[in-house]
Each structure stands twice: as structure tokens, then as C-alpha cells.
Design a protein around this ligand. Structure first.
Ligand code: A2P
Length: 339
């Protein structure tokens, strides 16, 4: 057992404490009874002095600076890539393990990218920073892993149905505000998305790249290869924003080397950690974001043999992207080091 693991409790800093993911982090650390000695809540200057509660106690938010990390054991970053690039090295210098929720370090070959249900062993190869994968990728990988262990997967075609909270707390509010504005006959205010999100779907998550895919879609391609240590697996994603508040849904089709029957897939899914099957179409039972939001489990359903291609399987997976897709996954990574 390392010196780090011998500690009874840890000094934890949360960077981006006032954001949508930050708030979820606080709930999850408390729910999971994470062994915290001291907690430091960090955000921008704008939020300095603001009070947040954790586990019944009130904490004052402090401004993030390069000196914020003295004595910190674990720094959870969720304040955007720019802040991670600028401040994570200071946290590492101060001796903290950084678990970074942004995309800043994900494809850095010296930084492990980890989903504890998929590749926990990679976490221990860190040099101070461990990256938390993209939320849509985490949810897909939790479902792909048990199938991949049974038969190599050649390619994945996935369409996502991503909730507004994936774009931040203010984006979720924008949907709620547009609903209120519509009911009141007011002009709808569009700010956080390229178009009105109420009564709409927007096939545009993150910015477009030269190959026609968005950055979000390319994250699913690149991060899947990195976590499975398999540069042969190809992922073609179409990421779509839909007018839901929480939880991302994904329609996934995979082509495997060996065939996997729907029954076998359901058996593999049911035995996998962090995953449950809801697949009772006769009774209209399948996973839906309204029911999945607020939990840490990912749910699969609509499992069927794909009729368009050989050795192919189609299914539907839903997970709360603020929890398993972000904060829960990051806290689970931290737990690998404290047990
Ligand atoms: P703040 O509330 O002070 O702006 P979300 O993803 O919900 O938009 O949240 C983003 C998080 O990142 C918030 O906690 C936000 O703090 C924080 N943040 C944004 N810019 C900075 C900055 N320059 N320094 C520190 N924290 C920042």
C-alpha cells in the first residue's frame, strides 16, 4: 500500500465548483462518503466569496490561482480546458493528483484516460494528471466493454441524443427559459446553442472540424481507441443536442469479428459493472433519459441483431452525463487511489 493510500482522509480541491458538473461533484463526493479532510472550492474571481454547502457545512468559494493547491492531495478540475491547461501543472507541482474533466489532456500520450469499468489499470501509469473522458464516450464505453471482451469490435456507428446540461448549467437554463418564454408568448432568447433548442434537435455538438465531423464526434473516435488500446476500432458518430435536461442517450450499432446474439449481448451487459438492462419491448420498457437522470448506472435496451449488415448488433444506451459521464467517473478514478 502506498503512502498516499495509507492516509485516512484527503485534502480535495474542486476547480469549477460553481458549474453544473461542479455541483454534481459535491453531491457525489458526499453520497459516496469520499474521505475528505479539507475541501477547497475554487472558481473564477466572479464567484469568490459565494457560499456553497457540502455535507451540511458551508464553504466559501475561493478564486482559482496558481497558489490554490498547497497541501492538496486530489484536485478535481471541471472549469473548461483553458483553466486545466493553465492551472493543472501548478496542482501537480504542489503534489496533487489531478483528475481533469476537460478535453485538454485526453489525447496526451503521457496522460491516462480512464473509465474504471473499462481500463482501471491505466490510471496507475499517471504522471500527476489523469483525464476523465468525454461524457458521451464514457456512456458508450461502459456498454461496449463487455461486448468487446467477448468479441473484438471492428466498427461502431453511433448517434447521440445529448441533453442541454451537457453544455453547462446556463445551457440547461436556456431550455427552461425558452419553454417559459414560449408559454408567455415572448420572443425566445437563443444564446448557448447555435439555434433554438426548444421543440428542436440540433445536429451540432462542439465545433466542426475539417473532415465534416464535430470535435465531439472525433472525441468518440479517438478516445475509444485510446481506452481500448485498439487503433483498429473505428467510430463514426453523429452527435445531436436534444431538448432534454439531463442524461445522454445513444443509438449504437457495432460490427464484431464473431457474431453476438441479442440474448448473449443482454447476458454480457447484465453481468457488466455499472450497467443494467431494461429491454422489455412488449411492455414498452426501455431506458429513457427522464428515468435514468440522477443515477450512476448506465442502462441498455432495444438490443437486436442489425439487419443491414453481418455480425452486427444494434442497441440503445442511456446514462446521466453529469454523473457517470463526468463527476461520478472522476470520483471513481480518485477512489482507485484511496482504497
Ligand atoms: P464561475 O461560476 O465563477 O464562472 P459550467 O460548465 O456549468 O459553465 O461551469 C464552468 C465552471 O468553471 C464554473 O464553476 C466557473 O466558475 C468555472 N470557471 C470559468 N472560468 C473560470 C476562470 N477563469 N477561473 C476559474 N474558474 C472558472
Amino acid at each position: 500500500m502506498s503512502e498516499f493510500q495509507k492516509k485516512a482522509a484527503y485534502n480535495v480541491a474542486l476547480v469549477g465548483a460553481t458549474g453544473a458538473v461542479g455541483e454534481t461533484f459535491l453531491n457525489i463526493l458526499a453520497e459516496r462518503n469520499f474521505p475528505i479532510a479539507e475541501l477547497k472550492l475554487l472558481a473564477s474571481k466572479r464567484s469568490a466569496g459565494k457560499e456553497l454547502t457540502y455535507d451540511g457545512k458551508t464553504y466559501k468559494v475561493e478564486e482559482l490561482t496558481h497558489d490554490s493547491f498547497e497541501g492538496v492531495d486530489i484536485a478535481l478540475f471541471s472549469a473548461g480546458g483553458g483553466r486545466s491547461l493553465e492551472y493543472a501543472p501548478s496542482a501537480v507541482k504542489a503534489g496533487a493528483i489531478v483528475i481533469d474533466n476537460s478535453s485538454a489532456f485526453r489525447m496526451d500520450p503521457t496522460v491516462p484516460l480512464v473509465v474504471p469499468e473499462v481500463n482501471p489499470e491505466d490510471a496507475f501509469k499517471h504522471n500527476g494528471i489523469i483525464a476523465n473522458p468525454n461524457c458521451t464516450t464514457i456512456i458508450m464505453l461502459v456498454a461496449l466493454k463487455p461486448l468487446y471482451d467477448y468479441s473484438k469490435i471492428k466498427n461502431v456507428v453511433v448517434s447521440s441524443y445529448q441533453s442541454t446540461s451537457g453544455a453547462g448549467a446556463l445551457a440547461m437554463e436556456e431550455l427552461e427559459n425558452q419553454a417559459r418564454q414560449w408559454v408567455n408568448g415572448e420572443k425566445l432568447v437563443v444564446d448557448k446553442f447555435a439555434h433554438q433548442i426548444l421543440f428542436n434537435v440540433i445536429p451540432h455538438v462542439d465545433s466542426f472540424t475539417d473532415n465534416g465531423y464535430t470535435k465531439e464526434e472525433m472525441k468518440m473516435f479517438n478516445e475509444t481507441q485510446k481506452m481500448l488500446h485498439d487503433t483498429d476500432i473505428k467510430v463514426s458518430a453523429t452527435c445531436v443536442r436534444v431538448p432534454t435536461l439531463s442524461a445522454h442517450s445513444e443509438s449504437v450499432t457495432i460490427e464484431t469479428v464473431d457474431p453476438i446474439s441479442p440474448d448473449k449481448a443482454r447476458e454480457l451487459f447484465a453481468a457488466a459493472p455499472g450497467l443494467e438492462v431494461i429491454d422489455d419491448t412488449a411492455n414498452a420498457k426501455y431506458p429513457m433519459p427522464l428515468e435514468v437522470a440522477g443515477g450512476d448506472t448506465c442502462y441498455v435496451g432495444r438490443v437486436r441483431t442489425d439487419i443491414a449488415r453481418d455480425n452486427s448488433l444494434t442497441f440503445w444506451v442511456v446514462g446521466d452525463q453529469l454523473r457517470k459521464g463526468a463527476a461520478t467517473n472522476a470520483v471513481q478514478i480518485a477512489e482507485l487511489f484511496v482504497k
